[in-house]
Ligand binder design. Structure first.
Ligand code: GLP
Length: 242
């Protein structure tokens, strides 16, 4: 596990961008899995800026979604796909065929999960995944207690996630289930980045880094990944021993 500390959110985002670009700047069609949520916004804004300035070229990048709320897709304001369309895919002018994303409105979510897993297999695995950290230690929508052996699956959302998830929506939503890459999918990625910002995450980040490696804190399992980097700002690192 590589731990990086930044003084500010801007510096944190810049560090993550540098890591992502280094991992994806290669020949062929690298596969990037970007989380939605508030934490990576600065990373996506910087990637868009670098593309517009000609510093990077994302034309050969492929994208796979990390997760989506059950019953929602990109047409729903506040959904994971809506967020990534707005922050990343539309400003990067990413062709639709280069993106594979959970549609939470499908009649058969299990077939939808198989579709996502197949896309990952066809692209020979995820090159880099950028994750945010749930207040309960979740990654994607892998809630405390989730089996580490799962690939894409339907998740029953923890009460903490149901409540915290309201922040993405302008009106109250029932957030009972999610479609998500599994912990096995994430552990098979070539490089895993966990990005954490703000004092409100300080106690859970302490468990992730200094606590027991346990399915009860899904992000702690990432410590077993051979290429795992955690990037934090000072506020998020405030409860760590050193
Ligand atoms: N399902 C999403 C995750 O993909 C996200 O990374 C995490 C942290 O979100 P935020 O960055 O808004 O704190 O929780 C949400 O529930």
């Amino acid at each position: 596990m590589k731990i990086s500390l930044a003084d500010t959110y801007e510096a944190l985002s810049q560090q993550v961008v540098n890591d992502v670009v280094q991992c994806l700047s290669k020949a062929g069609t690298p596969l990037f899995c970007p989380a939605s949520g508030d934490t990576p916004s600065g990373v996506y804004a910087e990637l868009v800026k670098q593309q517009q300035q000609g510093i990077i070229n994302t034309a050969n990048w492929r994208f796979v979604g990390l997760d989506e709320w059950g019953g929602m897709n990109g047409e729903d304001e506040g959904s994971c796909r809506f967020y990534l369309n707005k922050q990343l895919f539309f400003p990067l002018q990413t062709p639709e065929e280069n993106v594979c994303f959970f549609d939470g409105k499908v009649e058969d979510p299990l077939t939808e999960c198989e579709r996502i897993d197949e896309f990952i297999d066809i692209h020979k695995g995820i090159d880099v995944v950028v994750l945010g950290l749930g207040m309960n230690g979740h990654i994607g929508m892998n809630e405390p207690g989730t089996s580490p052996d799962l690939h894409s699956h339907v998740s029953a959302l923890d009460p903490v996630t149901q409540q915290v998830g309201q922040k993405y929506f302008s009106s109250q939503k029932k957030l009972l289930t999610g479609l998500t890459l599994g912990i096995a999918s994430i552990m098979e990625a070539k490089h895993v980045i966990l990005m954490v910002s703000g004092e409100k995450k300080a106690s859970i980040v302490k468990k992730v880094i200094e606590g027991e490696i346990t399915t009860e804190v899904p992000a702690s399992l990432l410590r077993n990944h051979p290429s795992f980097s955690i990037y934090m700002d000072k506020a998020a690192a405030g409860h760590l021993k050193s």
